[in-house]
Design a protein around this ligand. Sequence first.
Ligand code: NAP
Ligand code: GLV
Length: 333
Amino acid sequence: MAKIFISCRIFPEEVERLREAGHSAEVYPGDVIPREDLLRGVADADVLICPLSTKVDKEVFAAAPNLKIVANLGVGVDNIDLGEANARKVVVLNTPGVLTETVADLAFALMLAVARRVVELDKRLRAEGFPGWTFMPPYLGRDVWGAALGIVGLGRIGSAVARRARCFRMRILYYSRARKPELERELGCRYMKLEDLLAESDFVVLCTPLTPETHHMIGPRELSLMKRTAYLINIARGPVVDEGALVEALREGKIAGAALDVFEREPEVHPGLLELPNVVLTPHIGSATVATRRRMASMAVEGVLAALEGRRPDNIVNPEIWPGRTVTRITET
Ligand code: NAP
Ligand code: GLV
């Protein structure tokens, strides 16, 4: 029997599955766990199931001497110190694939919202009323259909964004570490160096993971390469963009607008962003639909149960250490 600590609320039926399999499962009853509660919760845990807001760093690993599995409720694993997990032979799981289409939907929602000024004009209507249909500004926005879309990171989510863009008859450009000839044919997209993509795109959508290489991938120089009429959409991770530089670029009219689901210092949001009307902000909701969150919870639980039974889960982030410590004795209770 394993001791499983879950550091946020999840669907009760998933907790039941763990218990029915004979494990003990303790659930933190809130959504963002305070650090002291986390350190207490993992102290005798064999398994930690956690949301992205749980930072699993050296201190957490040190506080959890029995830890064998960390299952992240999300695909990005930048909240977990993978080097430390590997050193301690702790298996790390994530939830790739099951959230791809839902996140791509949000990328489009953000693109449409900022270009057609949906949030700004909704607020204005509520405050000032609807004066009647007007032909000329102030309500005019930009077309999304037919525009040039630059996708940075043509992975699962980037490709799902491209598939949607085809229906909007957009010209699709992409930049990734490696060229993808098959996807180029399938999605009708064109590879470009990052600098060229930034200069040609009307919408730049960031779809990379956060790694040392992508940290501040978009800074003052990159923003200055973008068209003054272009928009930046970030559904990747906040620190991929230098947020201070973005605020400057928006204030100075170097780009037309931005739509952000993620922030450099979550849950903090740069105060400069809050003041700008040409910015749409959402609280990291890329995968936040009921159906997708159910799939994510289910994938995490299935991965944990498989690993505890000695079966290698598909969603293992560090396969090089498999089976890690999962074969060592699980705590008797
Ligand atoms: P994925 O399939 O692994 O795709 C990531 C893509 O990024 C790959 O195509 C990869 O290129 C590219 N990439 C990695 N490092 C790069 C670099 N230095 N320069 C250029 N491209 C680089 O992952 P995914 O499932 O699409 O998820 C992508 C990320 O989205 C996650 O890691 C997470 O941070 C974020 N996300 C956010 C939300 C949200 O709620 N906003 C939800 C889910 C995911 P190669 O193929 O060439 O290696
Ligand atoms: C969400 O941000 C994820 O990485 O799944």
